[in-house]
Design a protein around this ligand. Structure first.
Ligand code: NAP
Length: 695
């Protein structure tokens, strides 16, 4: 007997004492036993408690940036063991090209979240959402939306087709949010999940309790979960519905399920266009990659009526040229088997259902194919889960009848071709999938793209427009990217697993917090106007990050604006806009009393008013944000500026960090002339440690 797969719970490896009832998992190509899976006797309740206590505590001790840096280190540790993961993945039927989506795709998710976490989240523990809302005239009472992490465990239940990427796309945002994860992989490929978890455990990088793995069934799981816990399910729509009904009301249950995705060929993309070629290449790729076992694969190719035969001919030629079905360990194989013989039989059942609904097999057959074996020989492989690429054609009448083509997911190398007579009909056919993860549109005509996107957007989580300009660089119909939403409405489950920082917020609760500026400053780490500010001490530009405090301020002297200054600035910069140069024209403008100073002159002067010019801890000014000119400044007015340290973000990996300053320019009537944030890089120590040693 091969080994029984371990689980990793309570920061230790666990295996069952009695594996008599273990499920046998077999190699997809040869049918040889790979491992057995059982959780008989596993204390799931203890794992949940461990996540909620130990995992929450260890992740709670870290900031977003510290967690983000760990994600990068996880990615590097896994990268170092990529070959081991590839070799294991071959048992699932994955070719080296398929590994790019699961193994390399998983690493890509970790790297992306690491970088996004450090660029888009504060080096803190809460996320603010939107601007502060003033709720009292004197500024003493404000409201602000703030995200704090959920106090429970993120349980993820995954599909068999992406044992690494599918888990990491949920783990990365949960980890970044500060919520510990329990991974429950699908049984047929659980050994790949066990391998990447083992690599992370052996790296010694995982904070205690932050990641646990349950290799096998999870009976009673939903009784253990409560308010503050999440379940992220990926799998078939049927299983999702069953599990959703078991979750208590307080448990956030999101699902990413199967979807009958579409790809529309625009009416302009006739067979002699680059768009037609790109469409055919994409269709081939979606048919063959992972032997069609992708939730995002194209199940319906929707093409202008009459183009079906040309499409079938072009696709058949490409398949003949490029597709070699066989054991992924054999040289030259481009399409492996599906994951198991049970899955193969399930796909054949679905193909028969599509045929019963009027589909004609125009490419491929349901007969067992001759395949290339690992030793290079060719022939039948009854113990392997091999299928040929299969394409079914439906005529318009059947499409109109609302046949199974919109409902049956043949989760293998299978796609159906349908004709449409108008864009409205094409969009209607897309919508009949009942909600999809993705639709792609091949067109070079912006009017076609806009009409289709506005009609099908509501039915899709993602829409990809393919044309001659992006065909070479497109990431592809079937490849979700961590920056953008992956999920879809209706049948697709309604989830949004990926989507950049949006995905992190799924593991956090948004709360409207009301209080004084002082309280909101303490909570958010962002200084709010009205909170304490100190303009009495050392100039804040003399303070390194270790000494600078929120509210440290410089209040400048006044400077008078003269007509001479305005004309000099106009001549120097070339900005002779009439509002600065022509009294009559400026007075006729509804916003100006007469000639006024340039806004950029005032901002430049403000810098001159607040700066401390000597070399010091302020290393650079890297921009302004949220600049608004609120009151025009006329010759004779006097301006002054107040600059207050608003947000201090030390970098984890550098000797400096970002400081955001609140800048307010006022005139001598105390009216606000301009407001903005000044962004600077400031050294953590000054003089820097090395200079100090030499001094
Ligand atoms: P599945 O049969 O629905 O199983 C999905 C997961 O649910 C597996 O981990 C399975 O574990 C688990 N499960 C089943 N019954 C359970 C229960 N009572 N309690 C807890 N967990 C339970 O789907 P699959 O065959 O693995 O995956 C293929 C399907 O996933 C396809 O339909 C595909 O479209 C979809 N999919 C969707 C996405 C997406 O992002 N939308 C991505 C990938 C795949 P066991 O394996 O141990 O039974």
């Amino acid at each position: 007997m091969t080994r029984v797969l371990d689980s990793y719970v309570q920061d230790a490896w666990w295996s069952p004492d009695d594996a008599a009832d273990a499920v046998v998992v077999r190699d997809a190509s040869t049918g040889a036993e790979v491992c057995r899976v059982s959780t008989a006797g596993l204390d799931l309740a203890a794992a949940v408690v461990h996540a909620r206590t130990v995992g929450q505590r260890s992740l709670g001790a870290l900031t977003f940036h510290q967690r983000a840096l760990l994600l990068k280190q996880f990615a590097l540790a896994l990268t170092a063991c990529k070959d081991e993961l590839y070799a294991l993945s071959a048992h699932t039927g994955a070719t080296s090209r398929d590994n790019l989506s699961d193994i390399d795709g998983g690493l890509g998710v970790l790297f992306t979240y690491s970088s996004k976490g450090r660029r888009e989240l504060p080096n803190a523990q809460v996320v603010v959402d939107g601007p502060a809302e003033p709720l009292a005239k004197d500024g003493s009472f404000l409201g602000r939306h703030v995200y704090t992490r959920l106090p429970g465990v993120a349980v993820q239940i995954n599909a068999f087709n992406f044992p690494m990427w599918g888990a990491l796309e949920k783990f990365a945002p949960a980890f970044l949010a500060g919520v510990p994860t329990i991974v429950k992989p699908a049984t047929p490929t659980a050994y790949v999940a066990e391998a990447w978890v083992r690599i992370l455990v052996e790296s010694g990088l995982l904070p205690a309790g932050s990641l646990q793995l349950v290799s096998g069934a999870v009976p009673g799981l939903f009784d253990l979960l409560d308010l503050g816990d999440t379940v992220g399910f990926t799998g078939s729509a049927g299983t999702a519905e069953r599990l959703r009904s078991q979750a208590k009301p307080g448990v956030r249950f999101t699902s990413e399920t199967d979807s009958i995705n579409a790809s529309v060929l625009g009416p302009d993309a006739t067979p002699d266009t680059p768009e037609f070629d790109a469409y055919v290449r994409q269709l081939l790729s979606e048919l063959v990659t992972k032997a069609g076992q992708k939730c995002t694969a194209i199940r319906r190719a929707i093409v202008p009526e009459g183009v079906q035969p040309a499409l079938a001919t072009a696709l058949a030629a490409k398949i003949a040229e490029r597709v070699v079905v066989g054991d992924p360990r054999a040289e030259g194989v481009t399409m492996g088997p599906v994951v198991s013989t049970a899955q193969r039989d399930e796909v054949l059942r679905s193909v028969r259902a599509l045929q019963d609904a009027g589909g004609r097999l125009v490419i491929g057959s349901t007969a067992p194919p001759d395949i290339r074996r690992a030793d290079g020989t060719t022939g039948q492989a009854p113990d392997g889960a091999f299928l040929e690429p299969m394409v079914l054609a439906f005529d318009a009448a059947h499409a109109e009848a609302g046949a199974a083509v919109h409902e049956v997911e043949a989760f293998g190398p299978v796609t159906s071709v349908l004709g449409y007579r108008s864009l409205a009909e094409a969009a209607d056919l897309v919508g009949r999938g009942g909600g999809s993860l993705v639709t792609s549109i091949a067109t070079h005509d912006p009017a076609v793209a806009v009409e289709l996107i506005t009609r099908v957007g509501a039915y899709n989580g993602r829409v990809l427009v393919l044309d001659r300009d992006d065909a070479r660089t497109s990431t592809g119909h079937g490849s979700p990217v961590p920056h953008l939403v992956h999920g879809g409405p209706g049948r697709a489950g309604g989830g949004e697993e990926l989507g950049g920082i949006r995905a992190v917020l799924h593991y956090m609760q948004r709360t409207a917090v009301q209080g004084s500026p002082r309280m909101l400053t303490a909570l958010t780490g962002v200084w709010h106007a009205g909170a304490e500010a100190d303009a009495t001490g050392t100039h804040p530009f003399r303070k390194p990050l270790t000494q600078l405090r929120l509210g440290d301020r410089i209040e400048s002297a006044e400077r008078e604006v003269t007509l001479d200054d305005i004309e000099t600035f106009a001549a120097f910069t070339g900005d002779t806009f009439y509002a600065h140069m022509d009294e009559a024209a400026a007075s006729a403008n509804p916003f100006f009393p007469g000639r006024v100073a340039h806004g950029y002159l005032l901002v430049s002067w403000a810098a001159g008013l607040f700066v401390d010019p000597d070399p010091g801890p302020v290393l650079a000014n890297y921009g302004l944000e949220n600049l608004r000119f609120l009151t025009p400044v006329s010759p004779g007015d006097r301006i002054r500026v107040a600059l207050t340290a608003k947000q201090i973000t030390p970098r984890e990996t550098d000797e400096y960090g970002e400081v955001r300053w609140d800048a307010v320019i006022r005139n001598d009537r105390d009216e606000v002339v301009a407001e903005y944030d000044v962004l600077t890089l400031v050294a953590k120590e000054w003089p820097p440690a090395a200079q100090e040693a030499t001094a």
